[in-house]
Write a protein that binds this ligand. Structure first.
Ligand code: NAP
Length: 286
């Protein structure tokens, strides 16, 4: 993968902690960036078995790593082991990045900021009523970031209404956005769809290999909303394809993936990551 050729005793290590890791674009994206910018770093994926989380986190200090991305199932579990949290990570109660700041492990969350950066890079006005489908970890980060941008009203749908209500309570407590929670279902969706300016699929429904599924099967009541999907495999989910067919604007999960990666790279290395280059790397791999 065109790895950094200068690996030596000075090479700094970055990584990804999760279990199981499955397929992740992060190692490829970061190693290509490192090579392009001629930095003496390397990014490695680490499958950390349950029970090994504490020693793995301690190894960040022992190996003097720059830091690590964190993914499922450790985004919340790492928090008790850290020395501090960024305001976003503190507010969301989830960490997707740990930076080793002179032996202190500080947790960050770049998912929400990555999503918003993707919207802004596409010149999308972050305003109007928003519908979130799904109330899991990614939805929480996205909801909080959108609320920080001043979104006034947010309707949150989930299979499990109590999860949607929890997220609404969180948003109402921490921000001035007004939230409402619903069981996901066509009838509830139709009541709000015509007023929405942005509808975001934060569920995994429609992700490969279940590409024929969509969290909502009928979008006839949607008038002029931007449809977003956090999924990037496939790039065009069934949900987005339905929107395209109706002439609606759409945005897939790739900008979020790239911008959260760029933020990660910037926080760990202090270097700006070229977004177009990162996009090419991932699209070529796909
Ligand atoms: P998660 O924590 O498992 O949350 C998913 C949520 O969706 C859960 O609350 C789940 O409810 C709910 N859900 C599942 N099926 C549903 C349905 N048919 N209708 C309504 N709600 C439903 O997962 P996550 O980490 O938030 O990730 C969600 C998606 O975002 C994944 O596809 C992931 O790949 C994507 N993502 C993309 C990026 C990016 O950079 N583009 C970053 C992070 C995540 P139950 O728990 O009740 O099943």
């Amino acid at each position: 993968m065109g790895l950094n050729k200068m690996i030596d005793a000075k090479t700094k290590l970055m990584g990804l902690f999760g279990y199981p890791l499955g397929h992740s674009f992060s190692p490829l994206m970061h190693n290509k960036l490192i090579a392009k910018l001629g930095l003496n770093y390397v990014f490695l994926p680490f499958e950390i078995k349950p029970g090994n989380l504490a020693p793995a986190l301690e190894s960040i200090r022992a190996l003097d790593m720059l830091g690590v991305n964190v993914t499922i199932p450790y985004k919340e579990k790492v928090i008790e082991h850290l020395d501090g949290l960024s305001p976003d990570a503190q507010a969301c109660g989830a960490v997707n990045l740990i930076k080793n700041e002179k032996g202190k492990l500080i947790g960050y969350n770049t998912d929400g900021a990555g999503f918003v950066a993707g919207l802004k890079a596409a010149n999308i006005d972050v305003a109007g009523d928003v519908i979130l489908l799904g109330a899991g970890g990614a939805a929480r980060a996205v909801a909080y970031a959108l609320a920080q941008e001043g979104i006034k009203s947010m309707a949150i749908f989930d299979l499990d209404k109590s999860k949607a209500s929890n997220l609404v309570n969180f948003i109402t407590e921490k921000t001035s956005t007004i939230g409402s929670s619903y069981d996901i279902g066509q009838e509830n969706f139709d009541k709000l769809a015509s007023k929405a300016k942005m509808i975001i699929n934060c569920t995994p429904v429609g992700m490969y290999p279940h590409v024929d599924e969509s969290p909502i099967v009928n979008i006839s009541q949607v008038k002029e909303a931007l449809l977003c999907d956090l999924i990037y495999n496939p790039l065009k989910t069934k949900f987005l394809a339905m929107g395209e067919k109706k002439g609606l604007a759409t945005m897939n999960g790739l900008p979020m993936l790239i911008h959260q990666g760029a933020l990660t790279f910037n926080i760990l290395t202090g270097q700006q990551a070229p977004i177009d280059f990162m996009e090419d790397v991932i699209l070529n791999q796909m």
